[in-house]
Design a protein around this ligand. Sequence first.
Ligand code: NAP
Ligand code: 8YV
Length: 319
Amino acid sequence: MTRRTRILQAGRLLPSLEQRLAAAFDTVLLAEQPDPQAFLAEHGEGFDGLITSAGVGFTADMLERMPNLRAISSFGVGLDRLDLAAARDRGIAVGYTPDVLNDCVADLAIALLLDVARRVSEADRFVRRGDWVTPGAKSFPLARKVSGAKLGIVGLGRIGQTIARRAAGFDMDIRYHTRRPVDGVAWKHEPSLVELARWCDYLVVITAGGAATRHLIDAAVLDALGPHGFIVNVARGSVIDEAALVRALVEKRIAGAGLDVFDNEPEVPRELFALDNVVLLPHIASGTEETRRAMADRVFDNLQGFLRDGRMVSPAPLP
Ligand code: NAP
Ligand code: 8YV
C-alpha cells in the first residue's frame, strides 16, 4: 500500500479547506498540539508538505525540523512572514494566492476611503447615540468630497492597480509611488513619496510588507499629507510608523485614517479608540465568502499541482 502524503497544517483554515485537505492527505494541525515546538522536533521529519497562511507564515527554524518537506502552500498573498530564502536554500516549492483577492481588497480600500472622508461610521454612531433626535443637539459636521479629489497610491501592483481603476470611476486624479514606474499605465508615477503625500488629498497604502517597506510612511510623509489629508492602509501595519501615525492623528496634523492592518495585530493603539476620524478594521480586506473560497481553492490547487507534476498554479517569487 502506498503511503498517503503527510501534510502539516500550521494554523486553522476555512473548515471547507480543512475538510478537503483531510480527505486527500494525512493532515495534522500544529496549532492544536500542546507543545508545537516539541511536536515539530519529534515528528517534523514525517511531513511532505506544509499549509500555512500569510498571517502565520513559516520560519527557517520550522523548516529545519522538517527535513523531508517538499512543498509549502500559503493562504494569502503577503510574503512578509514567509522565510522564502530558507525555502529556496532547501529547494522547497512555495505557493501563495495572488490575484484572486484583488477585487475584495480594492473594494475595502475604497470603502475605508469613503468611510473616513464622508464620516460614515461616525454618522452611524451619531444616529445610534440618539444625537439626531435630541432637541437642540449640534447638527452632524460636514464631510469631505471624494469624487474628483486627488488620490495618491503607494504601491501599484496587482491590488494597487485595481484600486486605481475603481478610483477612476470616482473621477479621481490619480498618481502613484513605487520604486520603479509601472509600464503601460496612464497614471503618473511620483518618484518622491513625500511629494506624493504633499500633492494628494487621500493616500492609500498597498505596498508589500516586510523589511523593505518598514516605516516607509514616517512622520515626514504624514506631515506632507497635512491636516487636510487622509490615509488608508490595507497593506501591512509595519509599512506605517504607527507611533508617528498615532501622534499625527491625536495632534490633528492629518485629517483622518482608515486602517485595516496594524503593527502588532490584534493589538490596536488605544489612543485611536477615542478618535471619531479614524476607522479601525480587524484585517478583513480579503474577508468575503467568495474570495476566501477562491483563496482556499488556490491553496489546495497549489499543493495538488506540485504533488501531481511538480508545478504550483501560483508559485511565490523566490528571492
Ligand atoms: P504586488 O503586486 O507584489 O505589489 C506590490 C507593490 O508594492 C508593487 O507596486 C511594488 O512596486 C510596491 N513596493 C514594494 N516595495 C516598495 C517600496 N519599498 N516602496 C514603494 N513601493 C514598493 O502585491 P499585491 O498583490 O498588490 O499585494 C500588496 C500587499 O497587500 C501584499 O503584499 C499584502 O501585504 C497586502 N495585502 C493585505 C490584505 C489585507 O487583508 N489587508 C490582503 C491582501 C494583500 P516596486 O517593486 O516597483 O516598488
Ligand atoms: C488574509 C492577507 O487575511 O493575503 C494577505 O496577505 O493579509 C489577507 O488576505 C491573510 O492571508 C490571512 O492570513
